[in-house]
Write a protein of this length. Structure first.
Length: 174
């Protein structure tokens, strides 16, 4: 959509991986993208972050929560990572870095990870505003990539989407 201009933007490559994860619903997704004023997602382009998040919302409303969780899983299960990222612990610790590569501009938010013990982490997210479903799928996919079936719990009373906090807190355990 635009060259980097100081506005908040989301990577076309990340957006493309989101769209590819919905391939079984291609006609619906293509219509939602077109209705949003774009012919196709260009993996080399950057898109206004609010436009991208609005598209996520429309897709979730049309296809449901399970479809968006599935896409979040596939985004992290199929992404290319450096060879040193070889465990669920390392990928969860790096989710914030992954976000920083795929979003740019002022106030894009952050994702941090703190380990409670060797099988549970607390993820604090100010990045995916109003996209708890997608973030849940991303966290599940990060673990599933390494053969772990996690329990991802959204912390009560700390949800941007529900406007009860300025961040969302997730507890990931296995």
């Amino acid at each position: 959509m635009t060259e980097h201009s100081g506005m908040r933007e989301y990577s076309g490559a990340a957006l493309s991986s989101f769209i590819v994860g919905l391939s079984e619903h291609q006609a619906v997704v293509d219509k939602l993208v077109a209705d949003s004023g774009v012919d196709r997602i260009d993996p080399e382009a950057w898109y206004d972050i609010e436009w991208a998040f609005d598209l996520f919302n429309k897709i979730e409303k049309k296809l449901g929560r399970a479809a968006v969780i599935k896409v979040g899983r596939s985004m992290t299960e199929t992404a290319v990572y450096p060879p040193e990222v070889d465990s669920a612990e390392k990928i969860l610790s790096g989710v914030g870095s992954w976000w920083a590569l795929n979003a740019r501009g002022p106030g894009i938010g952050t994702i941090t990870c703190e380990w409670e013990d060797e099988h549970s982490a607390v993820i604090e997210c100010t990045a995916y505003r109003n996209h708890c479903t997608l973030m849940t799928g991303i966290l599940e996919g990060a673990c599933m990539r390494y053969g772990i079936t996690p329990l991802v719990e959204h912390g009560p009373g700390s949800c941007i989407q529900q406007e009860t906090g300025d961040m969302c807190v997730y507890r990931v355990s296995w």
